[in-house]
Ligand binder design. Structure first.
Ligand code: NAP
Length: 310
């Protein structure tokens, strides 16, 4: 059956698009991907989503988003899209060998945590190296851990890790943080956290059986290399948009984010809309993602009306 709208992704953007599209009787089909609920499902307290003055746990918030979309008839499938063809309308979407077609597509595939590219980081991932304190912090009770990065993610991860770890060292390549003032203050006032400025992570020592044993650090002012013992390393150096599927079809910017028209979610292909972190490298908040998800559903509805009347 050809669909009016397929939504790819199920974070705040995708599920808000689903609620709006369902309420417009577009009977949206949502492919939730490998991480249903998106990045908020691996976070703890969300303190800045409007309407929740006491905060809410990320996974609980995303369950509410999904329940709301389903209440109006959105179909949410725990399936990962493997290929698309956006060459002509109806557009095609594959989940392994299964093919789906749709008159419009809303892309809300979000972004993924970046890694430094060290061989040791790859080998020890899941064995003392992590890109998600919420997922793995529990394993570092009374241990010493390093957090890499100077943005809000690094501050959030470091603060969260103090619930378990005995000591948290932040490694930042500059002498000033990129993080917002409130997140910086939280870290600077936490006696368990220490920041090592102008420092980069050069290597991680350890093995898959015993985990991480030390980090090799470089002072980028003096060039000195030093080794420090530790039990864990958390990468928090930003994100890459999940756009590999769309590279051949849509205009992407130099950082591979999907380009959308000003004040709109329209992409370079009519009928294809993008919302949330996959097209936003600047704000990247749950509330801005949700807002753009709403815009995408409205844009798709108007597009469908325009092709029906032409
Ligand atoms: P970000 O703001 O891009 O910060 C990335 C940090 O990692 C920067 O400090 C950067 O250093 C460092 N970095 C990047 N590549 C590196 C490399 N190869 N080696 C060493 N360091 C490297 O990313 P983010 O912290 O993930 O935040 C992204 C967005 O999400 C922001 O808009 C942020 O406000 C938002 N966010 C908000 C919250 C919240 O409000 N609760 C939580 C998390 C994220 P430089 O500073 O030198 O570039």
């Amino acid at each position: 059956m050809n669909r009016k709208v397929i939504i790819i992704g199920s974070g705040p953007a995708g599920l808000t698009a689903a609620t709006y599209a369902a309420r417009a009787n577009l009977e949206p089909l949502v492919f939730e991907g490998v991480q249903p609920g998106g990045q908020l499902t691996i976070t703890t307290d969300v303190e800045n989503y409007p309407g929740f003055p006491d905060g809410i746990m990320g996974p609980d918030l995303m369950d509410k988003f999904r329940d709301q979309a389903k209440r109006f008839g959105a179909e949410c499938y725990f399936k990962h899209v493997t290929k698309v063809d956006l060459e002509s309308n109806p557009f095609k979407v594959w989940v392994a060998d299964e093919t789906f077609t749709s008159d419009s597509i809303i892309i809300a595939t979000g972004a993924t945590a970046k890694l430094l590219g060290l061989e040791s980081e790859k080998n020890l991932m899941g064995h003392g190296v992590s890109a998600c304190a919420t997922c793995d912090g529990f394993f570092f009770k009374d241990k010493k851990v390093f957090v890499i990065g100077g943005g809000d993610s690094a501050m959030e991860e470091a603060s969260f890790l103090t619930k378990f770890a005995s000591e948290v060292q932040i490694i930042h390549r500059r002498n000033e943080l990129r993080a917002s003032k409130i997140m910086q203050d939280r870290v600077l006032n936490n006696p368990k956290i220490h920041i090592q400025w102008n420092t980069t992570l050069e290597d991680i020592k350890g093995n898959v059986d015993d985990g991480v044993s030390a980090v090799i650090l470089k002072d980028i002012i003096s060039g000195d290399i030093r080794s420090e013992e530790c039990d864990g390393v958390f990468l928090a150096i930003g994100h890459t948009p999940n756009t590999e599927l769309f590279d051949n079809f849509l205009n992407l910017d130099e950082k591979k984010y999907i380009c959308t028209d000003d004040n709109s979610t329209k992409t370079s292909v009519p009928g294809i809309f993008a919302c949330g972190d996959v097209q936003d490298s600047i704000y990247r908040q749950a509330v801005t993602a949700a807002g753009s998800g709403c815009m995408a559903a409205i844009d798709a509805e108007r597009y469908l009306e325009s092709i029906e009347s032409s």
